[in-house]
Each structure stands twice: as C-alpha cells, then as structure tokens.
Design a protein around this ligand. Structure first.
Ligand code: 5GP
Ligand code: ZN
Length: 111
C-alpha cells in the first residue's frame, strides 16, 4: 500500500528496530514510546483497521496474540503488559494499517 509507513517498514524502505518477524507479522519498537517498553505488532497484510479486516486477518490477529504470549519474557514483559488497538478517529488511530500496541516494562496506570 503506497504511502503507508508500516508497509514501507515491512518492505525495508523505512528503518525500524525489528524484534520479531515471521510470515504473518512483525514486532517493532514504537518510535514514540509511552512506557519503558512500547512495541507494535504489525500484520504483513495491509488492513486499514479492524473494520476492513478479513477472516484471514482475524486468524493472523489470533496468531499475533499467541506469539506475544510466548515471546513475553524475551521481550522483557514477564511482569505483564497491555495490548491496545486504536480503531478509528475517536480512538486516535494515526497510522491506517491495523496494529497492536504492546505496552509495559513498568507499572501502568489502571484504565
Ligand atoms: P496509532 O496512533 O495509529 O494507534 O499508532 C501508531 C503508532 O505508530 C504511534 O504510537 C507512533 O508513535 C508509531 N509510529 C509512527 N510512525 C512510526 C515510524 O516511522 N516508526 C515506528 N517505529 N513507529 C512509528
Ligand atoms: Zn500498510
């Protein structure tokens, strides 16, 4: 998808700190962290948001959740973490490529 930051990162056209990658998705460090650890899990496939997702996309999201669980120690998140999807304007979604924020590394404020 042209002009999509996350597609460009996936293609190596923009640099990032990549912590994990497989055939379905990648995990990179967020450029503007809101906590000591702030990562983003990004499906390889471009979906602008949850509303545009397909059934295959839903399967990938499930795989991402499973993988985050198995990688949490390695990512420095053994004390816990928070997953966030900003969907659409009211949630403040700024990058129109579906992604999951992984936030932790310190005590987070209760929601
Ligand atoms: P959203 O607001 O759409 O839920 O999240 C987009 C996230 O992408 C933000 O947390 C923002 O800091 C991050 N971000 C935006 N541009 C870049 C970039 O070029 N590289 C990285 N690593 N993160 C980015
Ligand atoms: Zn994209």
């Amino acid at each position: 998808m042209e002009d999509c930051i996350f597609c460009k990162i996936k293609l190596g056209e923009l640099s990032s700190t990549k912590l994990y990658e497989d055939g379905d998705f990648m995990i990179i460090k967020d450029i503007n962290p809101v906590a000591k650890i702030h990562l983003i899990a990004i499906p390889n496939e471009h979906y602008s948001g949850l509303d545009m997702q397909t059934e295959e996309g839903a399967i990938v999201l499930g795989k991402i959740l499973h993988k985050i669980g198995t990688l949490s120690d390695e990512l420095g998140l053994s004390n816990g973490y928070r997953l966030v999807i900003n969907q659409g304007k009211d949630a403040g979604q700024t990058v129109q490529h579906l992604h999951i924020h992984i936030i932790g590394g310190e005590q987070l404020h209760n929601l």
